[in-house]
Design a protein around this ligand. Structure first.
Ligand code: PMP
Length: 429
């Protein structure tokens, strides 16, 4: 019997390239048919065949309080009943800006936008506009959305200017993007020594979540802070994923490092499209209408999306919220590691706050290069075994996973049990 998911996927591919509105949803890397989701609640969602899954994607990060949390849904319904969009300012936007500034103290002023891509792109433009410099530094494996200057990967060797990793990005843009190795302090120092006066900004995921989960070393982030200050470059922390995810104050609060600008998204919209960039007030003052750096948005600060974001930001401030989230995620990582060890499979897991990484490798990866050595074929087999068993992991060996406040002990234990079965199956094959 053909499944509804198969039918929908075949139909979707006729009207939408690849059948999806964002590439990783297509299961290209793991193979098989993407599940079409009909509804979600707490830690679960259901597909078009009525099958229930424990969800570890959480909409790729936003669903930190669990799906369809009654308070978030109520806030959205109330806001929608008052009107969907005004194109004029509202008090809700001020409240959200004030709350973001309070929770992330490096942010003195903030502007709301609708996607992480837009926020990162705007932060780059601001850094370039404020410094009058063109060059940006990024790190291989870090994703900052799909703005042209950011779709660039490293060439080989030190200080090689990158080639675009997407067709349609002009070489002229790529040549202003210098791509270095994550966690490599020496290369960063060399870059600043050779061209420090041309670097507008360094943009980094302070906890990387787009090449699986990779921790920055404190030395790496400290060196970045020191070099940016010395050379008058803007330090941008892209906390679209790590913000309100690894801790209430984001990765910057865990590392004790103050960036000049921060990019936020995902959790701050609670599942609706809200993102933001903010930081030092003297930098933010360069934005239109005050300054010469242009940035705008028809739906920026939309009243319904802001209501969802505010309801979520209220819930995550509950006492003990991050202690519990961190403990549950750590319990999952530990349980999976033990299950793999029992089965004799080379595997490790890591967790920070409500984010985790799964690695089919003997040791935790410490760089992009070691991350790429993880066994992708084994991951794919594990992914499908878990999926069949009702556990939905990110459909790629190089994406992080997310736990929500709705993932209680029963959910985590059920996941570890399923992993035991999956590892045993891997061992047998
Ligand atoms: N920066 C980071 C660190 C991200 O993880 C993402 C999305 N996964 C983005 C930027 C882009 O955000 P969006 O998909 O909302 O455009």
């Amino acid at each position: 019997m053909t499944s509804h998911n198969d039918t929908l996927f075949a139909r979707a591919q006729l009207s939408t390239p690849g059948g999806v509105n964002s590439p990783v949803r297509a299961f290209r890397s793991v193979g098989g048919t993407p599940r079409f989701i009909t509804r979600a609640e707490g830690p679960y969602f259901w597909d078009a065949d009525g099958k229930r899954y424990i969800d570890y994607i959480g909409s790729w990060g936003p669903a930190i309080v669990g799906h369809a949390h009654p308070e978030v849904v109520q806030a959205v319904q109330d806001a929608a009943a008052r009107g969907l969009s005004f194109g004029a300012p509202t008090e809700g936007e001020i409240e959200m800006a004030e709350l973001i500034c309070k929770l992330v103290p490096s942010i003195e002023q903030v502007r709301l936008v609708s996607s992480g891509t837009e926020a990162a792109m705007s932060a780059l433009r601001l850094a370039r506009g404020a410094t009058g410099r063109d060059m940006i530094v990024k790190f291989e494996g870090c994703y900052h959305g799909h703005a042209d200057s950011l779709l660039v990967k490293a060439g080989s060797g030190l200080l090689t200017f990158g080639n675009p990793t997407s067709a349609g990005v002009p070489e002229d843009f790529a040549k202003h993007t210098l791509v270095l190795d994550y966690n490599d302090v020496q290369k960063l120092e060399n870059a600043f020594r050779e061209m420090g006066d041309r670097i507008a900004c360094v943009i980094v995921e302070p906890v990387a979540g787009n090449m699986n989960l990779l921790r920055a070393t404190p030395e790496f982030l400290q060196a970045m802070r020191r070099l940016c200050t010395q050379h008058g470059a803007v330090l941008i922390f892209d906390e679209v994923m790590s913000g309100f995810r690894v801790a209430l104050g984001g990765a910057q609060s865990l590392y004790g490092i103050t960036p000049d600008l921060t990019v936020l998204g995902k959790v701050i919209g609670g599942g609706l499209p809200v993102a933001a960039f903010g930081g030092r007030a003297d930098l933010m003052q360069h934005l239109a209408p005050l300054g010469g750096v242009y940035q705008a948005g028809t739906l920026s600060g939309n009243p319904v999306t802001v209501a969802a974001g505010m309801a979520t930001l209220q819930l995550i401030q509950a006492p003990g919220f991050y202690q519990r989230l961190t403990a549950q995620t750590a319990k999952l990582a530990k349980g999976l590691t033990e299950a793999a060890r029992e089965a004799g499979i080379a595997f490790c897991a890591d967790a920070i706050g409500g984010m985790f990484g799964l690695y089919f490798a003997k040791e935790l990866p410490v760089s992009y290069a070691t991350m790429m050595e993880c066994d992708k074929t084994r991951f794919n087999a594990f992914f499908h075994a878990m999926l069949d068993d009702g556990i939905y992991l990110a459909p790629s060996a190089f994406e992080a996973g997310f736990v929500s406040a709705a993932h209680d002990d029963t959910i985590i234990d059920a996941t570890i049990q399923a992993a035991r079965r999956a590892f045993a199956q891997l061992k047998a094959n």
